[in-house]
Design a protein. Sequence first.
Length: 283
Amino acid sequence: MKIQRQGTQPGSLWARRAAAALTILLSLGVAGPRGSARADGGGNPSPVAGSRASQDANQRADAAMGQAVEYVNAAKPGPRIIVLPGEIKSNNATFTQHVTANNIADFAELELSRANFNVIERSSLGALQREVELAYDMGDPAQAMRVFQKGKLRTTKWIVKFDVLKVEQVASAKSGFNGGVAASLLNLLGGGSTAAAVGSVTAGSVQTSETAGVWVVGMRYKVIDANTTEQVASGYAEDKMELGQKSTSVLGVSTGASGQLTLDSLTQRLVQRCVAEIDARYK
């Protein structure tokens, strides 16, 4: 009687290893740290609160949020001023869809108030706002004197405007990997073995992609004498914003992330830089 020895077949070994690898990948990609559900402003908990994806998204959101600035001369009261809406001289549709001249003026009023300037808010001017804008646009000292001798405008010293001069994409890059070619090579070189088939499926499932784009936004401020319409000071600041996205998929397990500084937050940071210069140099 001939006894046949039972051994481990290479194909079976590869199959078990592939199954073990799949189990590990699933545990890494799907089973993330769990935590207590965190409620949003409306009291409704997110279904993924505490997960790896939630933690990563919240970290990116925290980095993009507006940050308060400590102005060096904030303890010193500044003169009475009015912020007029400036101009957005760029025709970039993406920017103008998100940010308007009134948004910029609102940020400026907020930051100048934090710097301890006496800001007359535009909302309290009523019909006088149009007269103020007309006096400034005409550059007529006599008209300005007539306007700024009225009521709460009587002690106004400066008019401040913030203009966006530049919005442009200066760089972009993209990279990625597609496992289809590697899968084809494994099929050709494997000779139809089980190991080659398993490797081919694994390689073919790999998909990675990364994209990034960098934008530059430039802002100018102008300080105008309220009574003479003459320019007292001006300055310019630039900042950049990176838009990025990354995704990975292996054996059906997908991960992805995207995040960037929002246009509103970038605009506020530029206003803060301009106000910091006004506070430090001209108060």
